[in-house]
Design a protein around this ligand. Structure first.
Ligand SMILES: Cc1ncc(C[n+]2csc(CCOP(=O)(O)OP(=O)(O)O)c2C)c(N)n1
Ligand SMILES: CC(=O)[C@@H](O)[C@H](O)COP(=O)(O)O
Ligand SMILES: [Mg+2]
Length: 629
């Protein structure tokens, strides 16, 4: 297994291989990727689609001297295999192992850490300009998918790069898919380019472009002659890309190593930005992924022989999607918006049931929020379901295009908190802190499916202005059965006379409740305050713990600007005289690890909550902590 692959220590090693050996290498790479993702989970279909492209890139360029920037970076597994990481590949996405995305700390061959879409052209342009300014002749290549190209940032990059008279290669990896089918006019335009009958001979063709390159020696002349005939027959007269200042080549077969490498060699010689359009197939080489590229885009593991991913427990996203469908049956104003994440956010059912009120806007979160603002100003009730990490892009739109307009928009913030194996680029840890600064926002944070249903309905029916609800990745956790009091915005559990009070919100409440049970079993009486509404915090909720001598606040989000700090300020204003201990996240770039393992390491699991309380509870605490550790 991996006979050729195991000898590849760096891209330079590929140059010793024959055409046949390169083909065999691709088969070996696919086998390793399929096996590893079946065990560890990960992004299968996109990686299988770029195997030949990666080989061609590594044959033509010399990372780390040359930079290859992978957009999103979820398709960088073949690149990891060819850049000295084969021996560690079985650790992919495991705690302490290789990241599922390019990471500057992992390898000098990863020139830019990525995870969020549509940024590659801008970062590649920056890298290229840094080379120019330092008189470094290294090459820079950005590889961007047709899905990622729907993001506005990609166009900002193209617009800016098009004016530079300097080589910058952008490879458009067009597989007609985002996570689901790619959408929008651009996707239509790419289809037109792929299928347009009869190629037009170029006016300002590669011949002109190549004519400007000084001929040095016979090999280059030969190479250029070959490239010219190759390119000439496939070059369009005018494309959106050439209008933006790029030389456009394509579309090419993205699974033909020879054609790709020759094209890349030729493109290297141009003294202007170049866009090379390649057609690839998501899932190539694994029949199940070819048939269902959406299912195998990101998958938690599967049986290699049957492709069976196994049973999946119900998730918060599922419950949200079902709830929104029920609400939309009664309220015709409700519209659902996704930025290319219909499956992940649980909106696939809504898409089917309410086609006319469903919008997949492409990977364009900023646009999604402003579009929602417009829908709301026009009298509709837009609901934008988005992962917490991707909402980070929308800060200005939330302020300017929703809050300032005084319109009602509902944000369904999925993957809030630690997400697990996707790691540092995907953790949902900032949303609460930045939403706190948006005027007039209302934010709820359910711990359980039932609460998600109730709070979504409450916000849809009664909320005002910018309303949001945040919930975690995956399933619901431990639910205490004992009595609680309070209002819709908070619940109180346990004895009112307890000397210790734990305050928290969202899924951490399950751990806090378990911790309270354990502490109770050791004779330590704990009162629990669960915030349902975290912005604004209800004055009554603060009053509930004002007289408590020790208040512990646990938060699955960043400390700065989080709810824990906010709660502390309200306590102080209310005259609180006790001890306040806040455990939140201080270093938010948290590496990949199983979700609950990461929470444990952050001291935010049941054990962590017990330990923190007990550290402050002297004698019994020391004894208990030893037992628990
Ligand atoms: C800002 C942002 N929004 C959403 C995502 C989630 N996401 C990851 S990959 C992907 C689809 C990318 O499609 P494409 O660029 O065509 O790559 P392919 O998977 O087809 O290779 C999406 C929506 C993301 N990574 N970043
Ligand atoms: C690459 C990317 O951004 C998404 O594919 C993400 O990995 C999806 O994560 P979930 O598995 O949480 O939907
Ligand atoms: Mg694609």
């Amino acid at each position: 297994m991996g006979k050729i692959l195991e000898k590849i220590r760096s891209p330079q090693d590929l140059r010793q291989l024959s055409r046949q050996e390169l083909e065999t290498l691709c088969e070996e790479m696919r086998e390793v990727i399929i096996r590893t993702v079946s065990d560890n989970g990960g992004h299968l279909a996109s990686n299988l689609g770029v195997v030949e492209l990666t080989v061609a890139l590594c044959l033509t360029f010399s990372p780390p001297k040359d930079s290859i920037v992978w957009d999103v970076g979820h398709q960088s597994y073949p690149y990891k295999l060819l850049t000295g990481r084969y021996s560690k590949f079985s650790t992919l996405r495991r705690e302490g192992g290789l990241s599922g995305f390019p990471n500057r700390e992992e390898s000098p061959c990863d020139s830019f850490t990525s995870g969020h879409s549509s940024a590659s052209i801008s970062s590649a342009l920056g890298l290229s300009e840094a080379c120019r300014l330092q008189e470094d002749d290294s090459r820079v290549v950005a590889v961007i998918g047709d899905g990622a190209l729907t993001g506005g940032l990609a166009f900002e990059g193209l617009n800016n790069a098009g004016q530079f008279r300097r080589n910058l290669i952008v490879i458009l990896n067009d597989n007609t898919m985002s996570i689901s089918k790619n959408v929008g006019s651009l996707a239509r335009y790419l289809t037109y380019m792929r299928t347009k009958p009869g190629y037009i001979k170029a006016k300002s063709s590669v011949e002109d472009a190549l004519g400007r390159v000084p001929l040095v020696g016979k090999p280059i002349a030969r190479l250029m002659r070959r490239a010219k005939s190759n390119i000439k027959k496939l070059l369009y007269n005018s494309t959106i890309f050439s209008d933006l200042g790029f030389a456009y080549y394509g579309p090419f077969d993205g699974h033909n190593i020879k054609e790709l490498s020759e094209t890349l060699e030729a493109a290297k010689l141009l003294k202007k930005p170049v866009l090379i359009h390649v057609r690839t197939y998501k899932g190539k080489g694994y029949q199940y992924a070819e048939q269902s590229p959406t299912l195998y885009h990101g998958i938690s593991g599967f049986n290699v022989d049957t492709g069976d991913p196994g049973e999946k427990a119900q998730t918060f996203s599922d419950v949200f999607g079902q709830t929104l469908c029920r609400l939309a049956e009664k309220d015709e104003k409700i519209c659902a918006i996704t930025a290319a994440m219909a499956e992940g956010t649980g909106l696939a059912g809504f898409r089917q049931q309410f086609k006319g009120r469903f919008y997949d806007v492409g990977i364009a979160e900023e646009h999604a929020v402003t579009f929602a603002g417009g829908l709301a100003a026009g009298g509709m009730l837009p609901v934008f379901a988005v992962y917490s990490t991707f909402l980070q892009r929308c800060y200005d739109q939330l302020i300017h295009d929703v809050a300032l307009q005084k319109v009602k928009v509902l944000l369904a913030i999925d993957r809030a908190g630690i997400v697990g194996e996707d790691g540092m680029t995907h953790q949902g840890l900032f949303d609460v802190a930045f939403l706190r600064t948006v005027p007039g926002v209302t934010l709820y944070s359910p711990a359980y499916f039932g609460e998600l249903r109730e709070q979504t309905a409450y916000l849809a029916e009664k909320g005002r202005g910018l309303c949001a609800i945040r919930y975690p990745r995956g399933r619901e956790l431990y639910k205490p059965v004992y009595f609680h009091s309070g209002t819709e915005s908070y619940f109180v559990y346990g004895s009112h006379s307890a000397e210790i009070c734990i305050v928290t919100y969202g899924r951490l409440f399950s751990f806090a409740a378990e911790a309270a049970d354990k502490l109770g079993a050791r004779g330590i009486d704990v009162k629990l305050l669960k915030l349902n509404r975290v912005i604004p915090i209800a004055a009554d909720a603060v009053s509930e713990v004002l007289d408590c001598p020790q208040v512990f606040f646990f938060e699955e989000g960043i400390r700065q600007g989080g709810v824990g700090e906010y709660f502390a300020a309200l306590l102080l204003e209310g005259g609180f005289a006790g001890r306040y201990v806040l455990r939140a996240i201080d270093q938010p770039f948290i590496k990949h690890a199983p979700m609950f393992r990461a929470l444990e390491q952050l001291g935010l699991s049941t054990g962590g909550i017990c330990r923190t309380v007990l550290e402050h509870y002297k004698e019994e605490g020391a004894e208990f902590a030893e037992k628990e550790a």
